[in-house]
Structure formats: C-alpha cells, structure tokens
Design a protein around this ligand. Structure first.
Ligand code: GLC
Length: 817
C-alpha cells in the first residue's frame, strides 16, 4: 500500500487575498503586507524563543518572557507591531534607505513583498530599487540565540554601494518593570562594543523577579550577557535609542541612518539598543549573503560559552546546516501522525499546522504572545495539563518532565496552585474548582501513550513544603480534594471559577455542574487506570463514586431540556431553559456525554438543542443568549460584551469538546461538519473580518451577538489547538492511545468511503487503511494486521520497533462473522 500517494493535495490554492499555503502546505506565504492584524510565527528551541511577525516585528526572551525579556515589544500602540528585528539598507549614491522587512519603513514603495512562515523559520523577501533581499530568521537547536540570514542580489546594471544597519531595542530582564517603571529601569543597562569578537554586548546591573509592587528593591544583577554579532565588520554602532532615532522621530526615519553618523559610545544609562552599521558593495547581478547573530550567555560561564557559540556558528555553511537541522526536526516531528482523508483543509491542519501549533502552544505560546504579553499570569496548571497532549505523541520524555513540574504545584491536601512562573517558582492559589482535576487528567494521558506505569510510583515534592508523595497519591489526592468540597447536594462548589474563568463571583454557595461532569469523567478514567494496574477494589470504588455524582447531576441539573451550567449562591440555576439569559451553555451538554452522566435519549435530545440554539456556520456558540446585564453575583462573564470571549463567542476550545461529544454519540456527520467549519483556513475565508492568522486556531470567533461577527482573537495561545487535534485524530479518525495499545474507533462522515493514516506509537509505526463500504459514521471495526484477521480491540504493539499494516473495515453491527 503506497500510503503517501493516497489523498495527497496541493495546497497552494487554499488561501485568501493576503496569502496562501505553499504547494506542500509547509509554509504560509503572505503576499500583501497590510494584513488585518500582525501574522506571527514562533521560533523556539524551548529555552530561547523569538516571536516574529510577517513584517519583522516581535520580541525575544530566554526561559521567561516576564523575567528574562531580551528585546522590546511595545504594548498597546499604533502601529501594533513595533519594534522588531530591523535591518535597513542605505544606497550611498542617493541616500535612500529602506528596511528589509517592510516595517518600519512601510511608506517605501516596495516592488515585491513576500513573507513565508514555516515550521521553525520565517523568511521575508522584498525588492526595492533593484535590490532583492531575503531575510531568514530562525532559532538554532543548540545554544541560546537567534540567527538572521540575509541574502542580497543586485538586479540593476550598476555598482551599488550600501550601508547596512541593524536595529533592536533591548529590555535585559524584567519586562513588567521595564513597562511600568521605565524611568527607573533606565539606570541599570550597559551596552559595550567588544572589538575582538566584532560584537555588541549588553547587560543590566539590576534584576528583579518579585511579583508584587514593593518599595523594597532587589539586590541582584541580571545574570546574563546578551551579544549581537554580525558576520560582516561593524563599522559603527549606537547603543542608546535616542542617540540612534533622534528626537521626534521613530524607527521609520532614524536620524542615525539619515546622517550616517554612529556615535560609537558605550551606554550606561538610557534605553539600550543594538544598532550597527556595516558596508557592502554589490556589482551588477552580484549576490552576497551574511548574517546577524544574537545570543545569551550566563555571566559566570566566563569566555567559554561565548566562544562555543561563535565556533558553532562561525561560517555560512554552519549557519545553513543549523537551519537545515531545524527544518529536519520539524519534518520528523510531523511524520509521527499523518492522515489522508477526503478533506483537503482537514489534511492540511491535521498533518502540519495543528500539530505545529500544539507544539508551540506547549513550548511558548502560553507564555507570551501578541494577545497575552507574557507579563501577568505565567503558566496555568489547567492549561499545561491539556497542552501536553499534542507533544506527547512525539516527545513523551519531555512531557513527563512537564507533568512532574505541574504535580510539584500541588499542596499536600490535594489542592493546587492555579498558575505559576517556572523560572521564579512562584505562583498563585486561586481556588478554581476544576484545577486539581487536571492533574489526574495529565498523568492519565501520559500513561495511555507510554504505558510507563512505574511513573505512578515516582515521588514528586509538593509545593514548597518539603513533603513528597508518589504520582499515584498526588492524583488520588487531587480527586479527594474535589470530593471533599462537595456541597450538601453532592455537587462541586464552583469556587473562584472553573474552566470558565469568568464565572468568578459565585464563591459562596455556587456549584458548578460542569465540574461535576468533569469529575465524573475523571472518575471513569481513574476506574480504567485502576483496572490497568489491577486494583479492582479501587476501580469499583471510583465507579461507585461516578454513579453517585451522576445521580446528583441528573437530580439537580437536568432541566427537562438540557443540563444547566451552574447553580448560583441563592440556589437559582444558571443556563436553564427557564431563564431569560443565557438559557443554554454548551459545555454542560458536551461534558454530559464525555462524563457519561447522560442517558441515551438525553444525548440525542441535547445534540438537537445545541443545534437549534448554539449552532453557527463558524462553529458553536459557548452560550445563548449572551448576558446583556451585569450581574455582580455571577462575575466577569456578565461584564464582557455580548458575543465576545466567554460571553457567548464561538469559543473553539469548547467547540472541540462538542465535536468529541458528537463522536461519542456516534454522529460523525455533525462532528465533521462542525470540525470542518471551524478549520482556520475555512473559517477565515472572509479574512478582513476574521483578522488573525488563517493557519492556526484562535481562541474565539465573535458570534452573531456582536457587530464584529466573525472576528477572531487570541491566536496561538489556546487549548483549542490541542483539543481540535485530539478531536480529529482520536475521535473522528478514531486512532487513540490506550494503556494496552492503540485503538481504532472512527466516527466519520457517512459519505467517506475510505481514509488512511500513519501513527507512531511506543516505537512502532502503524500504517492504517480504513474502509467504509456501508457508508456508516461509526460501524464495527473489523481489523486485519499484516494481512491476518485481528480479533482484539487493541492493535498489537511490540517491544522492538516494528511496522504494522492495518486494514480496518467498518461493518454494520449485525454483519460480522
Ligand atoms: C482561557 C484560559 C483557559 C480558560 C478559558 C476559558 O483560554 O487560558 O484556562 O479555561 O480561557 O475561560
């Protein structure tokens, strides 16, 4: 079976007026610079991260965008996307200058613009005044830094003498401090020219990692040096912003470039920058390439690591190899799950952009982005526990470390921090009622992928108290904590919020039906885990607890039409058909199915009700109708304008849960309809209205209740990414990891006659061909492995790496021999 040839597409016709995918889908190519919002890429090796927009904007940080910010991002400003990593050329004959990234000299009449965002790199191609330029930004795997490769071509018939300028604004430490106390922050940076290595070097004599505002000041140095090193000779440099930009000017028309005067001073106070000037001549038709490198070293690592970096990337060849390594890494990463279905945009997302986004969300996008500046909350325990799912398929060892990191945020009573800052180790305990339950969720995902049951006996410390416990006890305690916090009805108290952070003022006696359903889901999952480790007594106990919670949900939350969302402090239901606004919430319908607390008839019924009240061609709204009046006793959701965010937008994270619920209910037609409607390249067709990147999921799309219907926001940092990936791979295509092996349980559109997939799992490779001769959504899978009938549910898995050819025929239930 030649799986590669089946269902392969050319994706270069998928796009909009601003850009489209490359033929093989691996790049998003933007052809017009003035997109409705900056369209961004993340370049990261997990420690060093650079965000780069299609016009050269963005910023960099090491480990923590709050505490170790390297370059500046100007918040809340116009244009939105400044500053960035700028490179300017100046033609010495006529004094004209322009930037090689469109911004910041956007009034230049460029003859050509193109930006290609690929996995791990971004390339910006321009042509102006007969000079074609290509700039490739990437973060190499080794070391802590970034490299910009610049290639120039003289397309005129004249010799051209050029000055090349680079420009970046620096932060050198705590980005929040830099923002709110910049007049003071200006007294600590230092930037020097280090002649013998042709580099500028910056640091700060002050570093603060405390969170709150305090009169008491820290007493430490920023422990790093940041270097900037061109491969061409630095002929002049400037280290302070006003010295380069000049008064009443901006990056668009720096005085330093206009006059060509570089002060060549070391800075010891002011706004630190790296600005360099080099010289270059291009003969007619001549091509030249060079690069700029920016990297961080720890102060106490001495000269060693500076020379390590310089040696490692000393030649064009080595830089090129480092870029190839990044591209190869991603090719290999994406090869671990591939699908070949009858749907073009679904294949594009499933095979390339969705796993790329989930990897980036896991590594960097939760920490900082264009919508979440990386100054406030650090990592959310809840978010981390979900984000691991994408990465797990490819890099379970890394995920295990992250799971340990998050288990370490738990307290001995089973409660947890809600969010934390990995670098400083501090965090916040808020009392969100769902957060502890995400710990068992994460551990269970890890175990299903790896069967590494020894992990359950691994000891992890509780948060800052010196006590340790096994992973198994950690997760049991998390569940016990929630069980101990039930009210007299036997339903979980809502606390200061649940998945919906904006149901945040029901703290007294409010209960969350969604948390009750999520708890029910976790109890079933724990029962399965106990079965896998052969603890039948505990299994039965978790099942008994599940029946109890199910009974309570049925008793207090079924309002005759659907499941209500919560009960407020005074005992009044939230999200009931008897209410004025909102009458229905999406999540308690989806999770009634996922938590196995709804009866069959109820499931069919609620799916219809969701279709009637919440369905939209761009997805499913989170609730309807949205709150129009502020209610102090409910919280932020009621303060948000109708149709946006949690107040009734099409919140993709929750849409993914509904898709999964449809699959669990056997409705593959509806599941795929909703899934395909919400695919970024599909839902963004009216791109001027949609605004954000059409190649990654955004957190939400505004619903019809707001005049900006169809506008998306909060791209990259969203649990939608990982849950949409899961909905597609595990529930629609049905290829799912389980303790005893892979399961194939598809729930597809009934008009699909076949599809194929490749899945790597525990070192083995499965090439799976699914046939649907009877036009079913679900059907009973009849399996052949390597040509022989296979009667078990789980596919075989061997200790040695092996390839399996799997054929699955979806038979009618009564058609099986
Ligand atoms: C954001 C948060 C997530 C929360 C959701 C709904 O996406 O990151 O944790 O569940 O909003 O409020």
């Amino acid at each position: 079976m030649d799986i590669k040839k089946f269902g392969t597409w050319k994706w270069d016709d998928v796009g909009n007026e601003f850009g489209q995918f490359s033929e093989n889908g691996r790049e998003y190519i933007i052809g017009k610079p003035i997109t409705p919002a900056p369209w961004v890429n993340y370049l990261t090796n997990e420690r060093y991260t650079a965000l780069v927009s299609h016009t050269g904007g963005g910023f960099s940080y090491l480990d923590s965008p709050k505490y170790n910010r390297l370059t500046r991002f100007r918040y809340n400003t116009v244009p939105w996307d400044r500053p960035g990593r700028y490179i300017y050329l100046k033609n010495n004959k006529n004094g004209k200058y322009w930037s090689l990234t469109y911004q910041p000299t956007s009034s230049t009449k460029y003859n050509f613009f193109q930006c290609k965002h690929g996995q791990g790199y971004t390339e910006i191609i321009l042509e102006y005044a007969g000079i074609r330029s290509e700039v490739v930004y990437f973060v190499p795997a080794e070391g802590f830094g970034e490299i910009w490769i610049i290639r120039l071509e003289n397309r005129t018939s004249e010799d051209i003498s050029l000055d090349v300028y680079s420009y970046q604004e620096l932060v050198l430490g705590n980005a929040l401090n830099d923002l709110i106390n910049d007049a003071n922050h200006k007294h600590f940076p230092e930037v020097n020219f280090i002649k013998d290595i042709n580099a500028l070097r910056a640091t700060s004599r002050y570093w603060v990692t405390n969170r709150g505002v305090s009169v008491k000041q820290s007493n430490s140095d920023w422990p790093y040096f940041l270097y900037f090193r061109p491969s061409v000779r630095i002929e002049g440099y400037v280290t302070e912003r006003s010295d380069f930009i000049g008064p009443f000017r901006s990056e668009e028309n720096p005085a330093g470039i206009e006059t060509g005067q570089m002060s060549c001073n070391s800075m010891t106070a002011g706004y630190p920058i790296f600005a360099t000037k080099s010289k270059l001549n291009l003969l007619p038709g001549e091509k030249k390439s060079f690069n700029f490198q920016m990297f961080v070293v720890r102060k106490n690592s001495g000269k060693e690591s500076v020379s390590d970096w310089i040696k490692r990337y000393r030649s064009d060849e080595r830089v090129k190899d480092a870029l190839c390594n990044v591209k190869d890494y991603w090719s290999d990463y994406l090869s671990k799950f591939q699908a070949f279905t009858p749907h073009k945009e679904a294949d594009l997302m499933i095979n390339i952009w969705n796993p790329y986004q989930t990897a980036i969300t896991y590594t960097a996008a939760r920490d900082a982005g264009y919508y979440h500046g990386g100054l406030l909350f650090g990592r959310g325990v809840r978010d981390v526990c979900q984000d691991i799912m994408g990465k797990l398929i490819v890099e379970p060892v890394k995920v295990k470390k992250r799971v340990v990191e998050v288990l370490n945020k738990q307290f001995p009573d089973g409660s947890t921090l809600h969010n934390y800052f990995p670098l400083s180790g501090d965090g916040e305990k808020t009392g969100h009622s769902d957060t502890p339950l995400w710990l068992p969720f994460a551990v269970i995902q890890y175990l299903k992928e790896t069967a590494d049951f020894d992990f359950l006996n691994f000891e992890v410390e509780y948060f800052k108290c010196g006590q340790k416990d096994t992973v198994l006890n950690h997760i049991k305690k998390a569940i016990d904590f929630v069980l101990l916090n039930l009210d007299e009805r036997g339903l979980p108290k809502l606390g200061s919020g649940d998945w919906n952070d904006t149901l945040d003022h029901l703290e007294e006696n409010g209960v969350s039906i969604w948390v009750a359903q999520f708890l029910a889901y976790i109890l079933v999952e724990m029962a399965d885990l106990m079965k896998a480790i052969r603890d039948i007594e505990k299994r039965n106990n978790y099942l008994r607890l599940h029946s109890e919670i199910k009974e309570n949900i049925q008793k207090y939350a079924w309002d005759g039409k659907w499941f209500i969302r919560a009960i407020n402090d005074c005992g009044v239901p939230i999200g009931s058909s008897k209410n004025k606004e909102p009458r229905i919430f999406l999540n308690t319908q989806s999770w009634a199915v996922l938590g196995k607390v709804a009866e069959k008839q109820q499931i069919l019924h609620i799916i219809e009700e969701v279709k009637t009240h919440l369905f939209d061609e761009k997805g499913i709204a989170l609730l309807s109708p949205p709150y129009t009046r502020v209610d102090d006793h409910i919280g932020l959701v009621t303060r948000c304008v109708p149709g946006k965010k949690e107040n009734g937008s099409i919140f993709n994270h929750a849409v993914a849960w509904f898709i999964i619920a449809c699959c669990e209910a056997g409705n593959g037609d509806l599941a795929f309809e909703v899934y395909s409607n919400t695919l970024p390249p599909v839902v963004s067709k009216n791109i001027r209205q949609y605004c954000t990147e059409p190649y990654v999921y955004s957190e939400y799309v505004t619903s019809r209740s707001h005049s900006t219907y169809g506008q998306a926001s909060h791209s990259w940092l969203t649990g939608s990414a990982v849950w949409m990936q899961r909905a597609a791979m595990e529930y629609i295509l049905g290829i799912r990891a389980d303790y005893r092996g892979l399961l194939v349980k598809p729930c597809i559109p009934s008009d699909w006659s076949e599809y194929k997939a490749v899945r790597h799992f525990r070192g083995c490779e499965y090439q799976i061909h699914i046939l649907n001769p009877h036009k079913l959504c679900k059907g009973k899978p009849v399996i052949e492995v390597n040509g022989e009938r296979w009667n078990k549910m789980h596919l075989p898995v061997s200790e040695e790496p092996r390839k399996y050819n799997v054929k699955v025929i979806l038979e009618k239930e009564n058609n099986i021999d």
